[in-house]
Design a protein around this ligand. Structure first.
Ligand code: NOJ
Length: 566
């Protein structure tokens, strides 16, 4: 089936609802807060919102631990608030993607409670529950797999020899997709929301929904936790395609909806194409992980600063690798970061060149092949807040598991804090400052997570809007350009060429279609020379107020960036 493609003139925006805007003073962002900013989002130029999970949840992992798929999290509002949000977004031409967690539920989900209470009930078969191994009288997990949260992937069910599998937090048991009854439950949930008017889903962690049959031990070497992180066992297995095909056949294909899977686990573009190709792929796009963390920051606690530099050549090659496989075959989302990463300004940009680097990152992303997704706060140049203590980072389930593991490995608290300040995903979750008043106007109460200090010094929506040269005003203008039909056509259908791909400092590419669009971006906080023999017809976007081009050589200042017509 050829998919309908309303999203192809779209620019997406990622909402972490807890941190967006609080309307009732309880310190948590909520749906009515978001609803009150729909005009803001429309004016920014975005028209697809991916909203991170909003379902009822004990919030062990920011709502990815779902307690009830049919109820809006009371922290965020009510089911009626969701209906209003959908309606009012649609009135503004904005589409809504909900985040559907398919790989696990919360331990507080009714299914799991029943599964634990009664080994013979239907729900028992919804989860992956196995007997542990007895060795010398000691009860061990059924196999040696490691969770993504740095512990054994198994948790004992108290008072029994049984364990349940959890690839993420111990409070998020994995569900068993090989069970047709379980799959049906998810089809019903998806139908329910599509019938209520949502425009599609971001499908959480789909790479992991199928596990190696028989759940064997990994034969790879364990890491310092004593367990084995082995994506061969639980990521991108062939059955994922079968499950999603069925999902598409029974549900998605009956609606005009967009489905974007989250595909980690080292998925290759070729594997991804099976899921998303326009001819018979069961979903529309996947978020891959290949363009994030290209600065050596991942797992970098023991590394020195020289090993933590942006590898621009690799970054460019990764964009190209995905483009080469997907162009004309599949749609692709583009993003610099989301709620699972530290702020991109702190990763690839620079606080010393905040305005320049934020604009440079935007220009570079917007005109690559794909549908761009902006993460909330990027439009005002938010950086990592650098919380002062390790405990501040315990607001995140991943860090609550990681810190003890690092301490066990012998790292000092000073090293751990430095690592958290650089790499924690909590940094991307600090609340949005809407103005320079107390708590940035995010809440009239106590925010669930502290804001950084920067909002007091101009890094907030109001002050940004009042400055004609600000990042936010540049965003509005650049997104407007990106959505012009000729430019959109060139970006999506023109041929992409990365110029001088081995250049370690400059990201330069040409999109050759109805227009010839060229981006030239200096990704360094210092001046770089760049030879340039193209005839410039127009400077469409530029983040400095003069051009230094002499005898076919650009002198590109820190993070200087252009979108040119050539
Ligand atoms: C991916 C989500 O983006 C992340 O925040 C979450 O921790 C895991 N999936 C588990 O649901």
């Amino acid at each position: 089936m050829e998919h309908k493609q309303w999203w192809l003139d779209g620019v997406g925006y990622i909402i972490y609802p807890q941190s967006f805007l609080d309307s009732n003073g309880d310190g948590f962002g909520d749906l009515n807060g978001l609803r009150s900013k729909l005009d803001y989002l429309r004016d920014l130029g975005v028209n697809i919102l991916w909203i991170c999970p909003i379902f009822d949840s004990p919030m062990d992992d920011g709502g990815y631990d779902v307690r009830d798929y049919y109820k809006v999290n009371p922290l965020y509002g009510s089911n009626e608030d969701l209906d209003c949000l959908i309606r009012e977004a649609h009135e503004r031409g904005i589409r809504i993607l909900l985040d559907l967690t398919l790989n696990h539920t919360s331990i507080e989900h009714e299914w799991f409670k029943k599964a634990v209470a009664d080994p013979n009930c239907e729900e028992r078969g919804y989860y992956i529950i196995r007997k542990g191994k007895r060795e010398n009288g000691k009860l061990l997990p059924p196999n040696n797999w490691e969770s993504f949260f740095f512990t054994s992937a198994w948790e004992n069910i108290e008072g029994t020899d049984d364990f349940y599998l959890h690839l993420f937090s111990p409070k998020m048991p994995d569900v068993d997709w090989s069970n047709p009854k379980l799959r049906e439950r998810y089809h019903e949930i998806a139908r329910h929301y599509l019938d209520r008017g949502v425009d599609g889903f971001r499908l959480d962690a789909i790479a992991h929904i199928a596990k190696a049959p028989g759940l064997p031990d990994s034969t790879k070497a364990p890491d310092s936790t004593g367990f084995v992180p082995d994506t061969d066992m639980y990521s991108n297995r062939p059955e994922v395609l079968d499950y999603l095909r069925e999902f598409n056949e029974l549900v998605f294909s009956h609606y005009d909806c967009l489905t974007v899977g989250e595909a980690g686990g080292c998925i290759s573009p070729e594997q991804a194409l099976k899921l998303v190709n326009k001819k018979d792929g069961p979903i529309n796009m996947v978020f891959n992980f290949d363009c994030v963390w290209q600065n050596g920051a991942w797992d970098s606690i023991g590394k020195n600063p020289e090993e933590r530099q942006l590898d621009l050549v690799n970054l460019k090659k990764n964009f190209l690798r995905w483009y080469e496989v997907c162009h004309k075959q599949a749609d692709m989302p583009l993003y610099w970061c989301n709620h699972d990463h530290p702020r991109v300004l702190s990763q690839y940009g620079s606080k010393d060149y905040r305005t320049e680097s934020a604009k440079c990152l935007l220009i570079t992303l917007l005109f690559l092949y794909g549908t761009p997704f902006i993460y909330q706060g990027e439009e005002i140049g938010m950086a990592n807040p650098a919380y002062p203590s390790i405990e501040d980072y315990f607001a995140d389930a991943g860090e609550r598991c990681e810190v003890p593991a690092l301490r066990k490995q012998g790292y000092s608290d000073a090293a751990i804090l430095d690592n958290l300040q650089r790499t924690s995903r909590l940094s991307g979750r600090s609340p949005i400052p809407w103005n320079h008043n107390e708590n940035g106007g995010f809440t009239s109460g106590t925010p669930w997570l502290k804001l950084g200090e920067e909002y007091k010094h101009g890094i907030n929506v109001l002050d940004e809007m009042n400055d004609p040269w600000s990042i936010i005003n540049f965003y509005q203008y650049a997104i407007l350009k990106r959505r012009l039909p000729d430019i959109n056509e060139t970006v999506l259908n023109g041929e992409l060429q990365i110029i001088d791909i081995e250049n370690p400092d400059i990201f330069c590419y040409l999109h050759d279609g109805t227009e010839k669009l060229m981006v030239v971006s200096n990704f360094r906080p210092y001046e770089v020379k760049f030879d340039f023999y193209w005839r410039i017809k127009d400077v469409v976007l530029h983040n400095y107020d003069s051009v230094l081009l002499d005898n076919h050589t650009f002198t590109l200042r820190p993070f200087e960036s252009f979108l040119l017509k050539v």
